[in-house]
Design a protein around this ligand. Structure first.
Ligand code: PMP
Length: 438
C-alpha cells in the first residue's frame, strides 16, 4: 500500500526534507525543528527505557523524555500492558468511564490543595481553562503572568511584557489581536517590587496570578520562597486566585508536585488552582486542572464556565496515566529518581569544573537545568544573557556522542527511572569530551 520510496530507509536529512513538503517547518511543534541549535532534527523510529533510536539506527540516551512525561522511561512493561488492555476495550466512548474517576482520585490523593479535577487532552487546554475558571469564579478580567513562563498557546497567554511596569502586554504571536491580551499583565519572575506595585495599582481587578513555580520553559529557574509567599499573601488580600502551572513540575519534581516543595518551606502553603499535564498522562495526550470543590462547581454542567472535549478523559490515555501514577507512588520512587538526577548533576558539575567552564546547575526530583554561567539565573533576562553559542556547541557535541539534551538553552532536562548508573556515567564521560571540545 506504500510507494517503495516510503519503505526505503531514509536518513534524517531526507526525512526532514520530505517532512517540510507536507508539514510547515517539517514539525508539529516548533522546538523540534532544531531552529535554536541549528542542524537536522533526528527522526525517532523507536524508544525503549532511557534510549531512543533515530531513523538511521543511531542510539541516544534521552534526557527529554517527550518533554517530561516519560518519567518511567519508554515502554515501561506495566504501562504498556495497561495501554494495550485498554485499547482492546475501546479507544474512545464519549461517555464517562470508571477509569477517569480512578485517575481523578489518584491525582487528588497526592495533591492536598485540590478536591476535584477535570481531565482534558493538553496542557494548553488545561491552562486556558484554568484562566477561564479563575475569571468566572472571581468575576474579574485581569490576569498576571511572568516573563519566561509558558502556559501553552492560548491567545491570552502568548504575551510579552509591555514597555513599562503595570502596562499590559504585547502579543508574542501573529494572529493574536492586542485587544485579546489587553487584560494580561506580564511581570518579571522573582521580582517582588513589580508584583507589589501591580497589586497596589489594580489588585481588585486581578482574577489570578499564574506561575510556573519551578519554571521549565526558561531552562530551570525556581520562584524564590519569599516571592511565592508574597504572591500568596497578595492574592488573599485582594481576592485573586493563585494558579500553579504544574504541567511540567507536576508528579515530576516530587510526588506532591512543586506545591509540596514550597509547602515544606511555607507550612500550609497551597495554590488555589493547579494545572497538570505530561506525567499524569505517561506519554498519552492527557492533562488536567483542579481546585477546591467550591471553585470547580463553577464549571459546566454545574456552573456557567464552559469547557468540554470529545477526547477528554480518553480511556487509553487514562489507562496510561493511571499505570504511570501507580509506579511512581511506590515507596522510594522519588528518592531514587532524585538521587539519580543528583548524580548526573554532580558529574556534569565536576566535568565542567575540571574543564574550567563557567557553569551552574540545579535540579528538583527528576527535572534539571544547567547554564553556562557561574551563578543561577533568577529570571528570563538573565537566562537569555547566558552563553547561547557555547550551549549550542555543547548540545551538538553531546548529540554526536549519543546524548540527547533539549535542543534549546531555555528548556529543562528530565531524568527517568530507567536511566541506569551506567547511562549516567556514559553521559558524564560524553560531557567531559564535549567540554574539552568547546
Ligand atoms: N504549561 C507548561 C509549564 C508547559 O511546560 C507546557 C508544555 N511544555 C504547557 C503548559 C502546554 O502543554 P501542552 O504542550 O501539552 O499544550
Amino acid at each position: 500500500i506504500f510507494p517503495p520510496e516510503v519503505l526505503a530507509v531514509s536518513t534524517n536529512v531526507q526525512l526532514f526534507e520530505r517532512a517540510q513538503q507536507s508539514i510547515p517547518g517539517g514539525v508539529n511543534s516548533p522546538v523540534r525543528a532544531f531552529r535554536a541549535v541549528g542542524g537536522t532534527p533526528r527522526f525517532i523510529a523507536r524508544a525503549e527505557g532511557p534510549y531512543m533510536w533515530d531513523a538511521e539506527g543511531q542510539r541516544y540516551i534521552d534526557y527529554i523524555g517527550s518533554w517530561g512525561p516519560m518519567i518511567l522511561g519508554h515502554g515501561h512493561p506495566a504501562v504498556l500492558e495497561a495501554v494495550l488492555a485498554a485499547a482492546r476495550e475501546g479507544f474512545s466512548f464519549g461517555a464517562p468511564t470508571e477509569r477517569e474517576v480512578e485517575l481523578a482520585e489518584a491525582i487528588i490523593a497526592q495533591v492536598p490543595s485540590i478536591e476535584q479535577v477535570r481531565l482534558v487532552s493538553s496542557g494548553t487546554e488545561a491552562g486556558m481553562t484554568a484562566i477561564r475558571l479563575a475569571r468566572g469564579a472571581t468575576g474579574r478580567s485581569k490576569i498576571i503572568k511572568f516573563e519566561g513562563c509558558y502556559h501553552g498557546h492560548a491567545d491570552a497567554l502568548l504575551v510579552k511584557a509591555g514597555s513599562g511596569l503595570a502596562t499590559f502586554g504585547h502579543p508574542t504571536s501573529a494572529g493574536v489581536p492586542p485587544e485579546v491580551v489587553q487584560h494580561t499583565l506580564v511581570l518579571e519572575y522573582n521580582n517582588l517590587e513589580q508584583i507589589e506595585a501591580a497589586f497596589q495599582a489594580q489588585g481588585h481587578e486581578i482574577a489570578c496570578v499564574m506561575i510556573e513555580p519551578i519554571a521549565g520553559n526558561m531552562n530551570f529557574v525556581r520562584a524564590s520562597v519569599p516571592f511565592v509567599k508574597r504572591i500568596r499573601e497578595l492574592c488573599d488580600q485582594y481576592g485573586a486566585l493563585f494558579v500553579f502551572d504544574e504541567v511540567m513540575t507536576g508528579f515530576r519534581v516530587a510526588l506532591g508536585s512543586a506545591q509540596s516543595v514550597y509547602a515544606r518551606a511555607l507550612p500550609g502553603f497551597a495554590p488555589d488552582i493547579s494545572v497538570f499535564g505530561k506525567v499524569i498522562g505517561g506519554g498519552m495526550p492527557l492533562a488536567a486542572f483542579g481546585s477546591s470543590r467550591k471553585i470547580m462547581q463553577n464549571l459546566a454542567p454545574l456552573g456557567g464556565v464552559y469547557q468540554a472535549g470529545t477526547l477528554s478523559g480518553n480511556p487509553v490515555a487514562t489507562a496510561c496515566g493511571l499505570a504511570t501514577l501507580r509506579e511512581i507512588t511506590k515507596p522510594g520512587f522519588f528518592e531514587g529518581l532524585s538521587a539519580k538526577t543528583q548524580t548526573l548533576r554532580q558529574g556534569l558539575d565536576e566535568a565542567a569544573k575540571a574543564a574550567g567552564v563557567a557553569w551552574s546547575s540545579d535540579h528538583e526530583g527528576g527535572m534539571f537545568g544547567f547554564f553556562f554561567t557561574d551563578s543561577l539565573p533568577q529570571n528570563y533576562a538573565t537566562v537569555m544573557a547566558t552563553d547561547k553559542e557555547r550551549f549550542n556547541r555543547f548540545f551538538h557535541a553531546m548529540l554526536d556522542r549519543g546524548v540527547y539534551l533539549a535542543p534549546a538553552l531555555y528548556e529543562a532536562g528530565f531524568v527517568s527511572a530507567a536511566h541506569s548508573e551506567a547511562d549516567i556515567a556514559a553521559t558524564v564521560a560524553a560531557a567531559r569530551e564535549s567540554f574539552a571540545s568547546l
